[in-house]
Design a protein around this ligand. Structure first.
Ligand code: MRU
Length: 324
């Protein structure tokens, strides 16, 4: 079992408000594409596959599908699943398909893809393993089951003894608020640490593997994911711990040759200068807030996809999997 953050009933999209978790369980209703675009921009729904599926339902509710596509596409820049889902809906419209059925199919396919990612990835973990993850690449970031956390779920379902360490993931705290909560809901062994503690635990040989999600994978394997992922990858490399990316093939952007071409979203200073609604920094301070960073392919041990596990050289394995 896992939480389901996206529900489609009575021609309305219901989104679990991820800004309020874990304290409050509140569902937000979206009845048109504009409301979905606002929900994506404001992080009511977040995570690469989840925003793709939500956008698909937004287009299914749209009166002007092209205008909806433009607004949804602009809602967040880094996750390629968003553009991928919008393009698929535009193609469906062009061939006269039922857009609601197409969005529902994308929802179902995402959960199935995650279960396949889980099965492939679980084989990479030992019978007993401690895994570090960063951000939330769980059920909450997808239509259900999760990508990185899908690997954990599948391993646990397969009888493996898995302990998870979750980085809190400053500044938006997806690890503390979402990953810790979702794993705790499922009774999976999870320990929360602040981002600056992971080096210490690498030194203590605590981790057998790192598994994280992805927002965009370039054709050469360079991978954009939540800010702080690169730091974890460097640490994993320095300590000889395997570093795995878990993502559906829809997260691969074959038109993007390398990580330097991936657009990195800059979010508001307020998310850095406040925790919750409490200010923690001096007023007027200069702030930078890139929401993602790029981990170069050379630091990635393997990319776990719904079509199998990709190994370096990624340029070749990515090309082959997309052709196959
Ligand atoms: O800003 P967010 O919360 O949308 O960022 C999400 C991440 O970076 C996840 O790790 C990534 O989307 C993978 S989700 C399966």
């Amino acid at each position: 079992m896992s939480v389901d953050p996206i529900r489609w009933t009575h021609n309305t999209l219901h989104l679990l408000d991820q800004r309020l978790l874990p304290r409050d369980i509140v569902w937000v209703e979206c009845r048109n594409a504009h409301e979905v675009a606002v929900a994506i921009r404001d992080m009511i729904v977040r995570g690469a596959p989840a925003i793709g599926v939500a956008a698909a339902f937004g287009m299914a509710m749209a009166e002007d599908v092209d205008a909806a596509a433009a607004e949804l596409r602009a809602s967040r820049p880094t996750a390629v699943n968003l553009g991928w889902a919008i393009d698929r809906m535009l193609r469906a419209r062009d061939r006269g398909a039922d857009l609601k059925a197409e969005a529902e199919a994308m929802f179902t396919e995402d959960v199935e893809a995650n279960k396949r990612i889980g099965r492939h990835g679980a084989q990479l973990l030992g019978q007993s393993a401690t895994v570090l993850t960063h951000c939330n690449a769980g059920a909450l970031a997808t239509a259900g089951y999760g990508t990185a956390l899908g690997v954990i779920r599948a391993a646990v379902e397969g009888g493996k003894k898995i302990a998870v360490f979750a980085d809190e993931t400053r500044p938006y705290l997806q690890g503390a608020r979402l990953t810790a909560w979702e794993l705790q809901q499922d009774g999976i062994d999870v320990t929360l640490i602040t981002d600056n503690m992971s080096g210490h635990f690498f030194q203590q040989n605590t981790f057998d593997a790192v598994v994280v999600g992805a927002d965009r994978i370039a054709a050469n394997g360079d991978t954009a994911n939540k800010i702080g992922t690169y730091t974890v990858a460097v640490l994993a490399g320095a300590h000889g711990v395997p570093f795995y990316i878990a993502a559906p093939v829809s997260t691969i952007d074959i038109h993007c040759p390398s990580g330097t071409h991936i657009p990195i979203e800059e979010r508001s200073a307020a998310e850095v200068t406040s925790i919750g609604n409490t200010p923690i920094a001096p007023e007027g301070i200069h702030v930078r807030h890139p929401a993602f960073d790029v981990t170069p392919a050379r630091l990635i041990t393997a990319i776990i996809t719904d079509r199998g596990v990709l190994r370096p050289p990624f340029e070749e394995s990515i090309r082959n999997i997309l052709q196959g």
